[in-house]
Design a protein around this ligand. Structure first.
Ligand code: CO
Length: 142
């Protein structure tokens, strides 16, 4: 993204896991801290567990439905890095910037996502193979 980019920071990195409870136990032990947040996101067919690490978080994603995006990802590629999420201050302006660059948007507009954020996803083929999530804190929206 170029000079008008409003990507402020990495908000979180999302990992797709086959067994959310086992992965959550693993990272609790590895990081020495319990999850900061757990949430089911029914509209995405996932359960998410977050660990805070400095200014960014780790998001573990388990599928709750056989046809969710995460289930398809796990079936195709197995466990691993699923997406990188950037914090933005104006998600609609940011999406307009991606649209101008010809990106394939999975979400044309921000929509409710985990942890109360507004989120929108960009197709991996428009970001060098990485599913990209934009996140806006809702109390910052005008
Ligand atoms: Co995410």
């Amino acid at each position: 993204m170029a000079a008008d980019s409003g990507l402020a920071a990495i908000d979180h990195v999302g990992l797709a896991v086959a067994d959310l409870d086992a992965a959550s136990d693993f990272y609790t032990d590895l990081l020495g801290v319990p999850p900061s947040h757990r949430e089911e996101v029914p509209q995405d067919g996932v359960r998410a567990v977050f660990f805070d690490l400095g200014s960014a978080s780790l998001e573990l994603l388990g599928s709750t439905s056989g046809d969710s995006r995460v289930a398809r990802f796990l079936g195709r590629r197995g466990e691993g890095l699923h997406h990188i999420a950037y914090l933005v201050t104006d998600i609609e302006a940011e999406l307009a910037g991606w649209r101008r660059r010809g990106a394939e948007l999975i979400d044309e507009h921000g929509r409710p996502g985990a942890r109360g954020r507004l989120v929108a996803f960009i197709h991996p083929k428009s970001a060098h193979g990485v599913l990209t999530e934009l996140c806006q804190l809702r109390d910052q929206s005008s």
